[in-house]
Design a protein around this ligand. Structure first.
Ligand SMILES: Nc1ncnc2c1ncn2[C@@H]1O[C@H](COP(=O)(O)OP(=O)(O)OP(=O)(O)O)[C@@H](O)[C@H]1O
Ligand SMILES: [Mg+2]
Length: 438
């Protein structure tokens, strides 16, 4: 347990315990495994934001030299991005950084930073193979980051103003998504380059992989995603509750609309919204003689956006939870969330990792395009972590979209997801080390 500390000591405490300063007080120079000046160098660099359109354009005609440029972009971009987040963590009060969960994250990030910045220029396909193996290893090691961040934030909820903690968590998670997008895109491009059907100037239209450029799905069809995630959410609810009062999911509106997007991001958001709706409706109707009313999803295509409205009649959101829906750090269920998170050692924040059983996971492999990490994590769907909504909003905002909820007390909930349709918006990340307010 972290000792609690009165809030008013905050800034002076921070000054005393700022990790950089902390080193100089303790030992007059930083320990050799903490080259503070190297971090300073990298923090000076600006990150280079990406858009879906750039990712697609770059990967479309994939040649050896493009693959190698992609590797070198990743090689310099990832340590820059990690450096900014390391600096953000260093700016937190020491009592927070000393939390075992948060210090584990800090250590992992530092290790990744050191590892990445040591990679020499990539000049050949062989160099790239080694680099990819290192990326995969790092992504795998970092699967423990989300649950540890979430637990650390909850444990420190009395030590830092909750709004500041939420801001910190949001920027860390967004940055984490961005790094994974960059790394996974490069891994997927390498996989495409190495696959037997790849010829730089030709893509077979009959192959489903031709619709993907790396991780970007060029023709994301909202209706198909809703139907697929709806079915998965229904199955999970049926298996975990044993109830047959599971609502149908009906889809209306512009059913043919497609747009470029990273499929796993959209599946996560829609999956979490549908899971919440299905849970609320089946809970409300579990002892009723009536059949539960369907979840209605409306897809609306506008010139620049696609908007999805998910409407349910599950009775609405309990009034005491409403102010805390988007918070990682506060709310009446903090204690239960902390206990539940303790049962989830690793989390990729994908829809595919939700699973009641291993067999189910195997069956899902037929339906979903598997990401590079999907086989390493799983979490039971009925374990409420309080992560679904805030994490979905982080995903939605990352590609310049938005997520809003309207609760009609006693009746149901309308969730509005807005997606930028053209893929020309830059990722929304904090570009520099930023947590000055804390
Ligand atoms: N459509 C809804 N109808 C009624 N209550 C809802 C709805 N959506 C969310 N809620 C309430 O808001 C809470 C927070 O939702 P959120 O998805 O963030 O976390 P969770 O569902 O508790 O856990 P997790 O999604 O991590 O498994 C839910 O526990 C539920 O009480
Ligand atoms: Mg949920």
């Amino acid at each position: 347990m972290v000792p609690s500390r009165p809030a008013r000591c905050w800034s002076s405490f921070r000054l005393r315990c700022h990790p950089i300063r902390f080193y100089s007080i303790q030992s007059h120079s930083p320990p050799p495994w903490r080259p503070v000046s190297a971090l300073d160098d990298w923090v000076q660099r600006d990150i280079r934001p990406i858009s879906l359109r750039q990712l697609t354009f770059f990967g479309r005609t994939l040649t050896e030299s493009r693959l190698i440029s992609s590797a070198n972009y990743v090689r310099t971009e990832l340590p820059t991005r990690v450096a900014h987040r390391l600096r953000d963590i260093q700016k937190l009060p020491f009592v927070v950084v000393a939390n075992p969960h948060l210090s584990l994250v800090y250590e992992l990030y530092y290790k990744a930073f050191e590892r990445l910045r040591a990679v020499p220029e990539i000049k050949s396909l062989e160099d790239n193979e080694k680099f990819c193996a290192m990326l995969r290893q790092t992504l795998k090691e970092h699967l423990v980051v989300i649950p540890n961040l979430a637990m650390g934030i909850l444990e420190c909820r009395d030590l830092v103003p909750p709004d500041e903690m939420d801001k910190f968590m949001n920027s860390l998670l967004r940055a984490r998504i961005s790094r994974r997008v960059i790394a996974e895109q490069h891994l997927a491009l390498t996989e495409t380059f190495n696959s037997p059907w790849h010829f730089p100037d030709f893509q077979s239209r009959s192959d489903v992989n031709a619709e993907f450029v790396g991780e970007v799905f060029l023709k994301c069809n909202a209706r198909e995603v809703v139907e697929r995630c709806g079915k998965l959410a229904q199955d999970l609810a049926r298996q975990s509750s044993g109830s047959d009062k599971i609502p149908e999911v009906s889809v209306q509106g512009h059913l043919e609309t497609t747009f470029p997007y990273i499929l796993s991001h959209l599946e996560y958001i829609i999956g979490e919204l549908l899971r919440n709706s299905i849970q609320a409706v089946s809970e409300k109707y579990k002892d009723s003689p009536e059949q539960p009313p369907p979840i209605e999803v409306l897809i609306c295509e506008a010139p620049q956006h696609v908007i999805l409205r998910v409407s349910d009649q599950g009775g609405g959101i309990p009034r005491d939870l409403l102010p805390y829906l988007w918070s990682f750090s506060k709310g009446p269920r903090s204690r239960t969330r902390l206990e539940n998170l303790g049962q989830v050692p690793a989390m990729a924040a994908t829809m595919q990792e939700l699973t009641v059983s291993k067999e189910r996971k195997h069956a899902d492999k037929q339906t979903y395009r598997e990401g590079s990490l999907d086989s390493f994590t799983s979490r039971p769907p009925d374990l409420r972590l309080g992560m679904g909504l805030p994490m979905s909003r982080v995903y939605a905002e990352y590609w310049a979209g938005s997520l809003e909820l309207h609760s009609l007390e006693g009746y149901g909930v309308d969730a509005f997801l807005q997606i930028s349709k053209l893929g020309n918006k830059n990722e929304q990340v904090t570009t520099r080390a930023s947590i000055d307010a804390v």
